[in-house]
Design a protein around this ligand. Structure first.
Ligand code: HEC
Ligand code: HEC
Length: 503
């Protein structure tokens, strides 16, 4: 590590998810809400609709509070978390896009100033000037999205930048346009959802019904743009990445499926309660829409983050912060030699550098239960072969001696009694547990590297022989080092697997 660290127990991934999802939910509303306010104000002024102008004034108060306070605080929060999660990648983003960030911050300052003037100007400003300020707000906010969108999409699909290192190649990368239009759709959708939340508190009657219907229209229009762009976005990701995801990455695929269902739920609620029965639109439906919207955004961002594995910037920096260009040097000279900041406990430092950006010992993606009952030789083999495991992890960035130091560190934190003693199981049940610990990390039953068919028709002796030569079966596959009880149970379980059972 080249920076001090903070071992918070939650796992950086969880911290990031909580803060980032909340932030995008607020910041996209900050853009769409600005558009909603100024467009609706123009319509209301043209129609001389004072009731609606009053509603918009109320909405703008809620809007300023939510976007300026919650948006700005969580935005700064993201910088803190990415600094913890991956200082190297944060540094790379700052260095490559320093003018991008400077431009973005300039737009942000304009956005904040315009929002304040717009809010305080309802009573004091001439209508025309007020509307102009509203448009300045929206354009500045959308421009800041445009810039951040270039940098965020760069992390997933850096495209030609990898070869040229050119700012514009990285900025206008293959997913830039689909993501920009998609996020603009999201802004419009969220403007509708937030306005519905405020409208749900209005007194029942004609005004409420037409405001609900109008806002639901924004929600549906935004959702339609988003749905089309999600497909366009998927198609813009290099085919090799999406093909690999379909074959062996359950997380991004699951998150796409979840996001489709959530979008369908949002669409259904908008049509039923927003368009067909706007008079019945209550706080419950509005809150449900907000919850679905937040969950949808979570699923989408989860997809974007997880399909990038094992990289944090595709093809450039691995998720553990090792630059791809330096990976060979790490392997040769060792990981410790590359660390400017060390605590003196090599095992712990190596664990922090190689694994801690994604795993904790016993919190989020805990490694302790993955190794309970396993011996140090086995742990060592797994540490050295992380790129072979499920999870699309980066290759281990260090020497064999360093892998052993991590194994030593991990084995001191795991339960070193025998597996049978720990889980109090026997027979096939114990064998299933042994499979989970010793084989299932690479051969997931029912997934890409399932070996169940190889066990069909094998006798116990055949299987024992296979285990004797385990280390020769594949690159990175560990030797079998479990005790006799566990081995017998595992063989029994492999036989049931060969017969098509899973337990
Ligand atoms: C880029 C993030 C990342 C890094 C860095 C990383 N892992 Fe993983 N690891 C994962 C993911 C994702 C999974 C799949 C976990 C899941 O399905 O819940 C996983 C799974 C595992 C598993 C299987 C878990 C189980 O329950 O059997 C082990 C063991 C493991 N990792 C060890 C390590 C070790 C040791 C290191 C450091 C040398 C490391 N990982 C570095 C992301 C990472
Ligand atoms: C670190 C990852 C890893 C672990 C853990 C692992 N294997 Fe493998 N295994 C591999 C790789 C890599 C190959 C070779 C490529 C392939 O066939 O998929 C392989 C090949 C095999 C094969 C031969 C392939 C065939 O089709 O006949 C069998 C059988 C097998 N493993 C069984 C097991 C069993 C049983 C365990 C648990 C005791 C286990 N493996 C644990 C990575 C692993």
């Amino acid at each position: 590590m080249n920076y001090p660290f903070w071992d918070e127990p939650m796992g950086y991934g969880v911290l990031m998810a909580v803060i980032a999802v909340f932030h995008v939910f607020v910041s996209h509303f900050a853009i769409g809400g600005g558009l909603y306010l100024v467009v609706s104000e123009q319509l209301a002024r043209k129609a001389g609709d004072t009731r609606r102008l009053k509603f918009l004034e109320d909405l703008s108060k809620f809007f300023v509070l939510v976007t300026l306070v919650a948006g700005a605080v969580t935005g700064v929060g993201i910088w803190f978390v990415i600094g913890l999660l991956s200082p190297t990648a944060t540094e790379a983003l700052i260095h490559n896009y320093v003018w991008g960030w400077a431009t973005e911050w300039t737009f942000f300052v304009v956005e904040i100033a315009a929002a304040m003037i717009y809010f305080y100007g309802w009573k004091t400003m001439a209508p025309r000037a007020h509307i102009i300020v509203g448009w300045i707000y929206f354009v500045a906010a959308w421009m800041s999205l445009l810039i951040i969108n270039g940098i965020i999409t760069f992390m997933l699909t850096p495209g030609q930048w990898l070869a040229t290192g050119d700012f514009w190649d990285g900025f206008f990368n293959p997913t830039f346009w689909p993501s920009l239009v998609l996020r603009t759709g999201v802004c419009v959708m969220l403007a509708g959802l937030y306005a519905l939340l405020v409208a749900s508190r209005c007194e029942a009657g004609e005004f409420k019904a037409r405001t609900v219907r109008y806002s639901a229209g924004w929600g549906i229009a935004g959702l339609a743009v988003t749905a089309v762009c999600q497909y366009w976005y998927w198609k813009a990701i290099p085919a090799a990445v999406t093909a690999k995801a379909l074959q062996s990455m359950p997380t991004p695929i699951l998150s796409v499926e979840v996001s489709i269902w959530l979008a369908a739920g949002i669409g259904a609620l908008l049509v039923i309660f927003g368009l067909l029965a706007p008079r019945k639109f209550g706080f419950g439906a509005a809150a449900m829409l907000m919850a679905l919207g937040l969950a949808w955004f979570g699923a989408f961002e989860w997809f974007r983050e997880s399909i990038r594995k094992p990289y944090i910037i595709t093809g450039y920096i691995y998720a553990n912060g090792v630059e791809v260009a330096h990976a060979d040097r790490y392997k040769k000279e060792g990981c410790l030699a590359q660390m400017a900041y060390k605590t003196g406990d090599d095992g712990a430092d190596l664990f922090r550098h190689a694994c801690r950006s994604c795993h904790t010992l016993d919190g989020y993606k805990a490694l302790k239960p993955a190794f309970d009952g396993a011996d140090r030789a086995f742990i060592n083999a797994i540490v050295s072969a992380t790129h072979q495991l499920r999870g699309n992890m980066p290759p281990f960035p260090g020497t064999a001696a360093e892998a052993d130091k991590i194994a030593d560190y991990l084995s001191h934190h795991t339960d070193r009694r025998s597996l049978a003693e720990i889980c109090k199981l026997q027979g096939v049940e114990l064998g299933w547990k042994a499979y989970e610990i010793r084989c299932g990390k690479c051969h997931v039953i029912g997934a890409a590297s399932d070996k169940s068919k190889s066990f069909a028709g094998q006798s116990a002796d055949d299987l024992n022989n296979m285990l004797n030569t385990a280390a020769d079966l594949g690159e990175g596959m560990p030797a079998y080092t479990g005790d006799a009880t566990e081995r017998k149970a595992l063989v029994a379980f492999l036989q049931t697997l060969g017969k098509g059972g899973t337990k």
